[in-house]
Design a protein around this ligand. Structure first.
Ligand SMILES: *[C@@H]1O[C@H](CO)[C@@H](O)[C@H](O)[C@H]1NC(C)=O
Ligand SMILES: *[C@@H]1O[C@H](CO)[C@@H](O)[C@H](O)[C@H]1NC(C)=O
Ligand SMILES: *[C@@H]1O[C@H](CO)[C@@H](O)[C@H](O)[C@H]1NC(C)=O
Ligand SMILES: *[C@@H]1O[C@H](CO)[C@@H](O)[C@H](O)[C@H]1NC(C)=O
Length: 339
């Protein structure tokens, strides 16, 4: 505010002192116009008077490799962006094939990140990360750095995104097991008191323990005993819940990082409200919708603790996901944004 008042005074002085002939010269005009633009620009600070709750959070969502969608190279299922938007966040896509500099620029303007699910390969045969996963690792390394520097930066990994978070602690492919859990709604078994977690702390989890409200769609998963037998992973992530597949094999269903606001869900919380493909067992009951909504409200609440911002509304608007091409496919992806 003070800088605005100073600018206003300077502007008045300049207008008074400069004679008409000077005004004709382009340089002075440009200077005055810049001052006018600055004084009349919207002030972000006024919208966050207490600086404790970000009232205009922006969440980044990683866009994954798109196959046979030329000229587009990456995509985001709209269900993920609608899910984040339903809790009062706006969405900026982060196509994985952007330059490292552009990824860094976007990371520093957003208030949290979602790593979506999908069926991509995470590792090459020689045990190195694929290009997609290497780029996501860059983002997570950056998120860790921000947190280390005192900038609270939350990350939510869903299904494949969750698997990426774990493998970034140590790329031990062996801890994956094969599970019968495709197109599979099931319940959560809490391994810790839900009230002691960040994602579930204020949620009534009684329903989700007994009813099949969470939708799983994966054939790989984390074998609980191998997960906890791997020190680097066990020390980084706390298992908050597990589930069992169709034949009773137990896998990790949700985790929280001990030191960072990083959350992983093996199930798909974005599907109950937004995916309506026929012949799928996605739960659409009011209880399933409520549980999904509670989760994203909690995650966006975490993102509201972050105050990263882009320089101007103009830049924000240019980056918003709504600028992208929305393609209504009739597949399980339903509508997708292409980049
Ligand atoms: C691993 O395999 C990928 C894909 O085949 C290749 O691009 C990469 O150079 C390989 N890395 C090493 C260290 O061999
Ligand atoms: C999990 O790992 C244990 C220990 O190696 C093994 O006995 C069990 O079969 C594995 N389960 C699955 C589903 O991979
Ligand atoms: C949940 O699914 C399991 C099969 O995985 C089934 O045995 C059980 O009856 C279901 N529970 C409810 C409440 O529908
Ligand atoms: C959009 O989706 C439709 C239906 O799946 C498809 O035929 C069309 O080619 C898509 N457009 C693009 C640009 O991918």
């Amino acid at each position: 505010m003070i800088t605005k008042i100073v600018a206003f005074i300077v502007l008045n002085l300049v207008v008074t002192l400069v004679t008409a002939s000077y005004l004709e010269s382009g340089g002075v005009k440009k200077f005055i116009n810049t001052l006018i633009e600055y004084v009349t620009s919207e002030d972000f600070d006024q919208e966050n008077p207490d600086q404790k709750t970000n009232l205009r959070p922006i969440i980044g969502i990683v866009a994954k490799p798109a196959i046979n969608k030329s000229p587009y190279t990456t995509f985001i299922m709209a269900a993920y962006s609608k899910y984040a938007q339903s809790s009062g966040a706006r969405v900026v896509p982060i196509p994985y094939d952007l330059s490292d500099e552009e990824i860094q620029f976007r990371m520093e303007g957003i208030n949290g990140l979602i790593l979506p699910g999908g069926a991509d390969w995470l590792m090459e045969k020689n045990n190195t990360f694929t290009k997609y996963t290497s780029k996501v690792k860059l983002m997570i390394d950056h998120a860790k750095r921000m947190n280390d520097e005192g900038i609270y930066f939350p990350v939510l990994g869903i299904c494949l995104g969750f698997e990426q978070l774990i493998l970034f602690e140590e790329p031990v492919y062996e801890i994956f097991g094969e599970f019968d859990s495709r197109d599979f709604p099931t319940s959560l078994k809490f391994e810790v008191d839900a009230k002691s977690t960040k994602m579930f702390q204020n949620i009534d989890v009684s329903q989700v323990k007994d009813k099949n409200l969470t939708y799983h769609h994966h054939f790989r998963g984390f074998n609980v005993s191998l997960f906890t037998d791997t020190p680097s992973i066990k020390e980084a992530y706390r298992i908050t819940s597990t589930s069992s597949d169709r034949i009773g094999q137990k896998f990790v269903s949700s985790v929280e990082h001990y030191n960072y606001p990083f959350y992983g869900l093996q199930f798909h919380p974005e599907k109950p409200s937004y995916i309506w493909i026929k012949d799928k067992n996605i739960p659409h009951s009011p209880e399933a919708i409520k549980f999904s909504q509670d989760l994203i409200i909690n995650f966006v609440k975490e993102c509201r603790k972050n105050f990263n911002a882009f320089e101007s509304r103009k830049i924000e608007n240019k980056l918003m996901i709504e600028n992208a091409f929305l393609n209504l496919t009739l597949t399980t992806s339903q509508d997708i944004y292409l980049f």
